[in-house]
Design a protein around this ligand. Structure first.
Ligand SMILES: Cc1cc2nc3c(=O)[nH]c(=O)nc-3n(C[C@H](O)[C@H](O)[C@H](O)COP(=O)(O)O)c2cc1C
Length: 222
């Protein structure tokens, strides 16, 4: 059983967090820090943000710029973003569609983003690009690391009403509201703790051996 990243409580794994059955997974933060760029080693996904520090318009612009420059199949750029900064009507409209689990923490983030992928050619069932979700993921990753460079943290999540949100913002059928991101500053104490690594949550990953083919091919998922 994993520990909740913030409270330390034991938590049941959600399907997106399931780990291999082999038991080779450990809390490997500290062991790999020296192999990683600081932007990568310092990234983690909080579930508590600073309610009193806003994400500025300049920061939002910088995040969009990072997404814009992500690579994509045939340079198709099959992404779009619905953005809501705390205090703006869009923020409230996004909050309305959060699932119960995300409603507990996501509204504390200064910025909520719905990440959209261009799935189909309009009025057909033809793929717009077979890589559109892959490409959106890269754009969100670019945005996440730009956020890190600005001292912001990001938690991506799926716990929201996809259809409700699409209806709310009149997203046409050929676009898919794929994921959301909560972006903001860590609460001051948590930021200091995280920097000191004293209370940075334990994070678990499959080992580098396990993700190398062919070993990876034998990994059974629970
Ligand atoms: C596509 C996607 C969906 C996710 N969905 C949720 C979610 O619904 N709720 C949640 O609390 N976290 C969600 N997460 C966050 C992951 O649980 C988190 O990234 C993972 O546990 C690894 O932790 P780390 O980002 O701190 O390394 C999601 C992440 C991704 C990329």
């Amino acid at each position: 059983m994993l520990r909740d990243q913030v409270s330390g409580d034991a938590v049941r794994l959600a399907s997106h967090d399931r780990l291999p059955a082999s038991g080779t997974v450990g809390a490997v933060n500290e062991a790999t820090d020296d192999l990683l760029h600081p932007l990568l080693s310092s990234r983690w996904s909080p579930t508590t943000f600073d309610r009193s520090t806003d994400v500025t318009a300049a920061e939002v612009e910088s995040l969009l710029e990072a997404a814009r420059w992500a690579p994509s199949a045939g340079n198709s750029q099959p992404w779009a973003f619905i953005l809501g900064c705390r205090g703006e009507p869009e923020h409230e409209r996004l909050v309305r569609h959060l699932a119960k689990s995300a409603a507990r923490w996501a509204p504390t983030a200064g910025l909520l983003v719905a990440n959209l992928s261009h799935r189909f050619v309009e009025d057909t069932d033809w793929d717009y690009s077979e890589f559109s979700v892959y490409d959106l993921g890269q754009a969100v990753a670019h945005m996440s690391f730009q956020a890190s460079s600005l001292g912001l943290h990001v938690r991506q999540f799926r716990a929201f009403d996809r259809a409700g949100l699409a209806a709310e913002f009149e997203v046409p059928q050929h676009w898919e509201v794929t994921t959301m991101s909560a972006i903001g500053h860590l609460p001051r104490n948590a930021a200091q703790d995280a920097q000191a690594k004293g209370s940075r949550p334990a994070r678990h990953r499959r080992s580098s051996t396990e993700i190398r083919w062919p070993q990876a091919s034998f990994t059974e998922r629970r």
